[in-house]
Design a binder for this molecule. Structure first.
Ligand SMILES: Nc1ncnc2c1ncn2[C@@H]1O[C@H](COP(=O)(O)OP(=O)(O)OP(=O)(O)O)[C@@H](O)[C@H]1O
Length: 541
């Protein structure tokens, strides 16, 4: 693959105002890179060929079906200088990495409209290290209106062919997320890129908890290609829940006891702007606003497994992950101290929950996951049906924490994930159980999440891969004390236990039944495997 050279911006543009080229897109040297394997040039149909100035060179530019290639025009050298030829190797970008095209114009001070044409600017999505995406530009300079018009229309036609990319998005923004910076994040980093990509937006700023659910219940979503949530895990999970709930209602599925839910009708984009951004981090491998925005613009789609939570046959909510015991109690404590800053209250709650660490007496039953591929193979080998593990299993005792996770739950304190062995869409959940042990041992287990050592390698920790779980707390076991802030809460119907579902507090009095539903929602993102396959190998930028 060719290596690009570093170069300055084209000197003719210095000090000029550029039409429709807002500052959000990073201005980069116009000499470029390649995003993966060089597409086979010889076999491709050539659409256009012409001369543009790129960087400081006059280039022979070829637009084919899959790529844009260019090579500096070499002056004839009587001596034939091989070093010079090596420096001027062909460079290219793949068309699938372009997300917008604009005409580039120079304006004089008083000129408001139609300045002097300078050429064309392409807006490109670059793959960087650590799963990051970055926006960039490539200037193709040519002062001829006719020449640029032909190329501009051809690029527009190519972009119109990417039918999976969204054209209109409903934005749900939580202004209270983290330190109230979601509004700034959206208007400074996200909206400028959506505008460059020509995506129409309709923004709703949420005013209270549960607003996203009532909004999406009422909102006509037909005109939108997707919904984007700007906030933390609580908001993202609420929007996902609302989208799935609307899908059930629209298709007449009874929402009192959802057994087989239908898929969400629109994809969901998650812009990380909260105290915890586990969903965005698990989805993109990194919690990075521009990366999340570019996945949305490029229309990358990732189907993701979702859980349903129900109690005594009654549907409670959709979600991606849950914690019961220590995880639920710590969240209940944090919620009681909302007046503290987000980081402060979470640290305080974890320390307090650890200080008051106590086990929960429970009965946990679960249905082990049977990988359909394994079953198929076993069937092909003539194994009897009894070989498959379709029997409910039950364990009981005293547990410090129970985690049930359909996604890997990557976050800053657990970079490999709270459930590193599960995938976004493998149709199973990780059930991770910490039985009663001493406080120091439990703390050692928690600390391992941040290290490279195996956090499950303790005699009191058990992990299972499951399809369904029922957690049945023995209500009188914790010896309910009304003075305790984090214990079972007294409600009209008796005491209830705190659950942490995607960072939201859910209080339930009796058994909770969690079931995984494979690929129930599409999220904007790309699987880590796909991202790694198409890693950029050129380091010129
Ligand atoms: N205007 C609002 N005022 C108060 N709460 C809101 C508002 N809009 C949304 N919410 C609720 O705030 C909750 C938490 O929001 P979010 O997850 O975006 O932020 P966060 O900073 O990660 O949250 P937390 O501080 O709980 O960790 C969501 O469950 C959402 O329903």
């Amino acid at each position: 693959m060719p290596r690009g050279r570093r170069g300055g911006r084209v000197s003719a543009l210095e000090g000029c105002r550029e039409e429709e080229a807002p500052p959000a897109a990073d201005a980069v040297p116009s000499v470029l890179w390649a995003s993966g394997q060089q597409p086979e040039a010889a076999a491709e149909l050539i659409l256009l060929r012409g001369i543009f100035e790129i960087g400081r060179d006059s280039c022979d530019v070829v637009l084919s079906e899959r790529a844009l290639r260019w090579q500096p025009i070499q002056p004839e050298r009587p001596t034939g200088d091989s070093k010079y030829n090596f420096l001027h190797k062909e460079e290219f970008i793949e068309l699938k990495d372009i997300f917008s095209v604009k005409l580039k114009r120079r304006y004089s001070v008083k000129q408001q409209r139609s300045g002097t044409l300078l050429g064309i600017t392409l807006f490109i999505c670059l793959k960087k290290e650590q799963n990051k995406l970055k926006d960039s530009t490539l200037d193709l300079i040519n002062l001829s209106e006719d020449h640029c018009d032909v190329w501009f229309r051809q690029f527009k036609k190519i972009l119109a062919g990417f039918s999976d990319r969204p054209k209109s998005l409903k934005i749900v923004l939580n202004p209270q997320s983290h330190k109230k910076e979601a509004t700034q994040v959206y208007y400074e980093k996200v909206e400028p890129l959506l505008k460059i990509a020509g995506i129409k937006t309709d923004v709703t700023v949420t005013e209270y908890e549960g607003h996203a659910v009532s909004l999406l219940k009422e909102c006509e979503l037909q005109g939108f290609d997707g919904v984007v949530c700007v906030g933390g895990d609580g908001s993202a999970s609420e929007v996902a829940h609302a989208l799935l709930l609307s899908a059930q209602k629209n298709t007449g599925v009874e929402t009192d006891s959802i057994l087989t839910p239908v898929r969400a009708q629109l994809p969901l984009g998650v812009i990380p702007a909260g105290s915890t951004n586990v969903l965005a981090h698990s989805l993109h491998g990194i919690s990075h606003v521009v990366t999340a925005t570019l996945h949305i613009i490029m229309g990358h789609i990732q189907p993701v497994d979702v859980c349903t939570f129900s109690t005594t046959g009654k549907f409670l909510r959709f979600g991606f992950s849950a914690m019961f015991g220590f995880g639920g109690r710590a969240l209940a404590l944090a919620e009681k101290h909302r007046w503290m800053s987000p980081n402060q209250r979470m640290d305080f709650a974890v320390i307090k929950a650890l200080a008051k660490l106590r086990p929960e007496e429970c009965e946990i039953s679960f249905l082990p996951f049977n990988d359909p591929q394994d079953l198929e193979e076993r069937r092909a080998q003539g194994s009897p049906k009894s070989d498959c593990n379709d029997q409910w299993q039950m364990i009981q005792g005293q547990f410090l924490n129970v985690s049930i996770m359909a996604i890997p739950c990557l976050c800053s304190v657990a970079p490999r994930g709270l459930a590193p062995n599960t995938r976004l869409n493998n149709g199973s959940m990780a059930l991770i159980i910490a039985r009663n042990t001493s406080r120091p041992e439990f703390i050692k287990h928690l600390k391992r999440y941040a290290s490279v050592k195996n956090q499950f390698n303790f005699p009191f920790v058990e992990t299972y891969t499951v399809e369904e779980v029922k957690v049945h707390p023995r209500s009188n076991s914790s010896g309910h004390n009304p003075e305790e802030e984090d214990g079972p809460h007294e409600t009209a119907t008796g005491s209830s236990f705190p659950w942490n579902v995607d960072g939201d507090l859910m209080e339930v009095a009796s058994e909770v039944h969690v079931r995984v539903h494979p690929r129930l929602i599409n999220l904007y993102g790309k699987s880590m495997e796909e991202m790694n396959d198409s890693k950029v190998t050129c380091s010129c930028l």
